[in-house]
Every structure is written in C-alpha cells, then in structure tokens.
Design a protein around this ligand. Sequence first.
Ligand code: ATP
Ligand code: MG
Length: 412
Amino acid sequence: MKLSKLFTKTIKEAPKDETSKNAQLLIRAGFVDKVMAGVYTLLPLGYRVYKKIEQIIREEINAIGGQEIYMPTLQPKERWLLTKRWENMDDLFRFTSHYSKIEYALGPTHEEIVSPLVKKYASSYKDLPVYVYHIQNKFRDEKRAKSGILRGREFMMKDLYSFHVNDKDLDDYYEKAKQAYVRIFERCGIGSSTYITFASGGSFSKYSHEFQTITKAGEDLIYICDKCKIAINKEVLNDVENKCPECGNKELKEEKAVEVGNIFKLGNKYSEPFDYYYTDEKGEKKPVIMGCYGIGLQRLMGTVVETLSDDKGMIWSESIAPFKVHLLSLKQNEQAEKLYKNLEQAEIEVLYDDREEVSAGEKFADADLIGCPIRLVVSEKTLKEDSIEVKRRDSDEVKIIKLKKLITELTL
Ligand code: ATP
Ligand code: MG
C-alpha cells in the first residue's frame, strides 16, 4: 500500500473530546474515526489490525472445536421476556417498529438466539456437546462511553457458547477455553501483562474467570499473586479472604486493569427458560448445561494500544500490525519503488511512504505514530553503499544492511 493513495491522513493534534490514549493515538494515526460517543468507524489501517485479531481468535476457537455461525442483531422481544432480560438488563437497546409497533431488541449478547437454535438440533445425549460461536456486532446502551474503543455502544464480539450433558463435561471444556484464551492474548502481544482473574460467578458457579490486562486505562481493580501469575477481581476479594485462591499467598499486588475477555459457567440459566432439556441414555429428561466465552475485539485492539505504545505512537507486534514494514523514501522514489515491488513479491506486507511533498521529519514521525514493527529508510547515503537502513519500532538500534540481503533478513 502506498501512503500517497491512502485516503486517510495522520493528524498532529489529538482530538479534544477524546481523553483516552487508545482513541487519541488511533484517531491521530488514521486507524479509527469517531462517529459519536462509543461509536467508531474502522479505517483501512485499523481494519487491517482488526481483521488480524479476528483471524487469531477464529483459529484458536476453531482449534477447540468451535463451529462458526452468524446470528442476527435484530432480535424478537419475546425471547428477552422469557429470560427476564427485557425488563432487567439496563444496557439493552430496545426499539419499536415505525409500521407495526412491534418491539425489538438489538443484541447485546446472544444467549436468547443460540439456546433455542441449538435446541432444534441437539436433543439427545448423543448430540452433545455442541460448541458454537460467532464474531458479530453487539449493541449496548453503555451508561458511560469514555474509554475510546475500550467501551463502545456498538462493537464486535467473539461469543462462544458451549452446551453439555453435565457439569463435569462443562468443566473440561471450560479449561480448554481458558487455554485458548491464553494463546489468543499471547499471540496478540499482551500475554505478559494479561492475568487470568477470579471474578464473580453469578448464580451457577462460585467464580468466573476474566482475562485482565494491566493498564492505567482499566476500569477494574485486580489483585495479583506473583507466584501463581493469577489475579483476583476486587469484587470477589473478600470471598477469597484476601489471599490467592491457588496458593494462599497474602501478598497481593493491586493494579488497574481492563477486562479483555471472560469465560463463564451458565448452568441451565439460559437453557431452562427455553425449555431446553435433553434425553439421557436411560431416556430421562435432563437440563442442558451451558458455558459462554466472550472477547471484545475493539477492546482487545484498544488494550494493545494502551499497553504497547510510547510518547511517539503505537508499537504493534508483527502478528497484528497493519503492515510488517514501513518503507520510507527520502527523495529516492525510483529505488524505493523497486524495493516496494520486491517486498510485495516476497509477500511481505509493506506500507510505502512515497509522498513527495512531505518532509523527512514528518515521515519519521508518521512511521513512529503508525507503529509498524520494521522501518526501512532508503536515502542517498545508504544507496551509495547498496544498503538500506533498518530499525525496529520497539528498539533504538539502527542497522545498515546490504540491499541484496534485505528480503532474507525480513523473512527470517
Ligand atoms: P464490562 O464489565 O467491561 O462492562 P461485561 O461484563 O459487560 O464487561 P461481557 O458481557 O461478559 O462483558 O462481554 C464479553 C466481552 O466483551 C468482555 O470481556 C469485553 O472484552 C467485551 N465488551 C463488553 N462490553 C464491551 C463494550 N461496551 N465495548 C467493547 N467491548 C466490550
Ligand atoms: Mg458491561
């Protein structure tokens, strides 16, 4: 991709109505555009990151047997009445058809759709377990939407639902899902700052587990056990008597954190209202046991920005960077153009700053702001030596390497 062709532009000043670091950097770099509080457009650079995150999640959920579907946003009121969430869920968007006066919900989550769906197909113990998920747009009437893309009123979520014959089967799958989540956050580059956190379990389980990433931008307070590398959400700290539930350690470290994902045992909370039971080996009717597992995609993307950035801009890990390489030409477009083509041929994702009217200083500043992992600079000086300057965004070291060695170096 050539920067001169990209329809978005970087902005020097952070927008005044955004106080969060993630939104300031993402808007300045042209990754997202704010439509109104809690609602953002993903622009070409941001959408590339989003899609890479989505693909990592998809691979890991497929690896634990998840079957991908796509459920609608527009949902019938009756289903929400059955689960009593029509009246009780504060952040449910409800609206009325102009023509028929029929009321609808805009899906904030999908238990009301997925339970009756799976019920149609899985009625015998032989049909279970079932694992289904989708990556889909959610709507939530969030009271406060001040954290940039961390808390949207419209956002994408991966929600996985599992259906089991008993608690034991759910427990086994729950552990698998937990490990899949560990891999997802690791692959997105925030593994070392993300903690499996004991949180409130609702009415069917003592605890649920949240994946909390340490950042000042977080709205949650967690207490970390350094020995076990796990944490406890403040909301259940008293329940665990202020000590690590795994090892009993009382020296817990308080940190602010953001919940990037969670896993939850639902029991029969959402199967029962839909009269969803299965028949076991003896022909007896038994309740279907469910689990649910969520990750907010923009929240994950925003958390990466909060965690991996400096005063110059963002620092993407290669796995989710919009481009692997940011190629910068200092008045050497002919040579740079050749290199750009070679890189594309070698299937290296490259963003090429070919803008002619822009100063070197501005180009360097934009490369740091956008945050691709590797910066290449073609200048008169390096070309004299048949070389190119290579610098990683996460390091200060500048290397000069021979042009003919470049592709090998980059594909190592
Ligand atoms: P929170 O306590 O932050 O409001 P939640 O408990 O409402 O989160 P869930 O309903 O369990 O969250 O949703 C699953 C996942 O979806 C969360 O772990 C989070 O990653 C993401 N998520 C929830 N609300 C939002 C939002 N408003 N914007 C972006 N992502 C969200
Ligand atoms: Mg919420």
